[in-house]
Ligand binder design. Structure first.
Ligand code: NAD
Length: 474
């Protein structure tokens, strides 16, 4: 018998109505039944979050202490949460543990930021004729925050929304990804146990195209924080009118290895492992790799050797490096993209093989910028390695993308590094590291089709609060 999980409304888990199954992504066995929130229940979740926000407030100290108590409980349940992620997302158990630890750090940083929320003093007297006034601002919680999350980091990316929203003094309606809802439900259980009063977090489960429009059309929701695909991000932005949204969307992450790279082995190791980690299903997973022609053959050979040694298979085994993709359809889509690239002239250096929903780590060469594996978000364990000889030309290629989340460049030339920092059109540039590097406390977010607004606890709190300007005639 698999366990049935409910929806969280006003502090109670409601287990009514239709259910849908969640599967183990490696064995394909059903592991849980999730109650679907219909329109009435979704509205009830919003009512409850709205009324709670109108009638109750948590002090800064209460928010801090609840989040830190949750940290203590997450630590206690760390292995259990990692096993859930491993089963429902197909993430390798080692990566699942890393994700939980990162999510815990996100909670800690949010708790700390709760104590630092403040406005600013403003030099109003700089205006002529108003010597008799003073001005300052305060930051107030925005209201009901609606959080919609993706499948690929079900713990840390949910933490990046819930923890700052609570730290900022808001109430939340969370819609987790339907493929990986158990992790978010566990997070809800732990927050209740940590003392979060009823009404501050409501969780509604179901399919995006069904629940999404109910959530996005309800004017009582003050702000939306979404992480997921650009297509859904656009839908959400188009249907929420003038209410604020933050959108963390996709990328086709470029990485450059210049001829003067200080530690070539480290660069290649990072490019390969961060291209294939989580089966490439990370928005900042390495995808396009541009390598200077002087070191191209050497890089290709080293990358091939590392990829060949990766262990592919059951994500619950300690030795596994690359587990399954989120589903059979996604693995088949990847297979088709690789096949299409090969028909257009690409060559498979290693991989290219699919077994069910496992897609073997794949390196392509002889690709062109027009191939889907280069210009679209591949979101699979597939990287393409491309030679170049002119750094300005490669900067142009890197920028010639509809995406702009993060990019990486390896060089020991400070001028090349600073030119990249200035000229690459991305939300973040990692010098001497890959696009995949993210420190959870830093601001994070893209430009172009990669999104809008910033995450990272401090930035997210700014997005989730309203700066109110106060003037006073003395
Ligand atoms: P998705 O867009 O399919 O789903 C994300 C969430 O949106 C899910 O909860 C889904 O149910 C919901 N949804 C679907 N249709 C909706 C609708 N019409 N209205 C409202 N909500 C709706 O994305 P996914 O497949 O879960 O995740 C993969 C994508 O997420 C990739 O494009 C990846 O790059 C992106 N991503 C971005 C970041 C980032 O920080 N920039 C991080 C992780 C993933």
């Amino acid at each position: 018998m698999t366990e049935t999980y409910g929806n969280l409304i006003n502090g109670e888990w409601i287990k009514d109505g239709e259910t849908f199954d969640v599967f183990n992504k490696y064995t394909n066995e059903p592991i849980a039944k999730i109650c679907k929130a219909d329109e009435a229940l979704t509205k009830k979740a919003i009512d409850n979050a709205y009324e709670t926000f109108k009638n109750e407030r948590l002090s800064v100290i209460e928010r801090h202490d609840i989040l830190m108590k949750a940290v203590e409980l997450f630590r206690k349940h760390k292995e259990e949460v990692a096993q859930i992620i491993c089963a429902e997302a197909g993430k390798t158990i080692r990566d699942a543990r890393t994700e939980v630890e990162r999510g815990i750090q996100t909670f800690i940083a949010s708790a700390e930021e709760a104590k630092r929320i403040c406005g600013q003093g403003m030099p109003i007297q700089a205006m002529p004729g108003i010597d008799e006034k003073m001005a300052f601002s305060i930051r107030e919680p925005i209201g009901v925050v609606c959080a919609i999350t993706p499948f690929n980091f079900p713990f840390n990316l949910t933490a990046h929304k819930i923890a700052p929203a609570i730290a900022a003094g808001n109430t939340v309606v969370l819609k987790p990804a339907e493929k990986t809802p158990i992790t978010a439900i566990k997070m809800g259980e732990i927050l209740l146990e940590a003392g979060l009063p009823k009404g501050f977090l409501n969780i509604v489960n179901g399919f995006g195209h069904e629940i999404g429009p109910i959530l996005t059309s309800d004017e009582r929701i003050a702000m939306y924080t979404f992480t997921g695909s650009p297509a859904v991000g656009k839908l959400i932005k188009n249907s929420t009118g003038i209410r604020p949204v933050t959108l963390e969307l996709g990328n086709n992450s470029p990485n450059i290895i210049h001829h003067d790279v200080k530690d070539l082995d480290r660069a290649v190791e990072l490019v390969v492992t961060k291209g294939f980690g989580n089966s490439g299903q990370a928005c900042i997973a390495v995808q396009r790799v541009y390598v200077h022609e002087d070191i191209y053959e050497e890089v290709l050979e080293k990358a091939k050797q590392i990829a060949e040694n990766l262990k592919v298979g059951d994500p619950s085994l300690e030795e596994t490096d690359v587990g399954p993709m989120i589903g059979l359809e996604e693995a088949k889509r990847t297979e088709n993209w690789v096949k299409e690239a090969v028909e257009q002239g690409a060559e498979i250096v290693v991989g290219g093989k699919r077994e069910g929903s496992l897609f073997h780590p794949t390196i392509l060469k002889n690709v062109t910028e027009e191939m889907k594996v280069m210009c679209e978000e591949v979101f699979a364990p597939v990287i393409s390695i491309v030679p170049y000889n002119d750094i300005d030309e490669v900067f142009q290629k890197v920028n010639d993308s509809k995406f702009g989340l993060q990019a990486g460049i390896f060089t020991s030339d400070i001028h090349v590094a600073m030119k990249a920092a200035k000229e690459l059109e991305f939300g973040g540039i990692n010098i001497n590291d890959v696009s995949t590097f993210r420190a959870d406390i830093l601001p994070y977010g893209g430009v172009k089709d990669s999104g809008f607004g910033k995450e990272g606890p401090r930035s997210a709190i700014e997005e989730m609060t309203v700066e109110k300007v106060i003037t006073m005639h003395i």
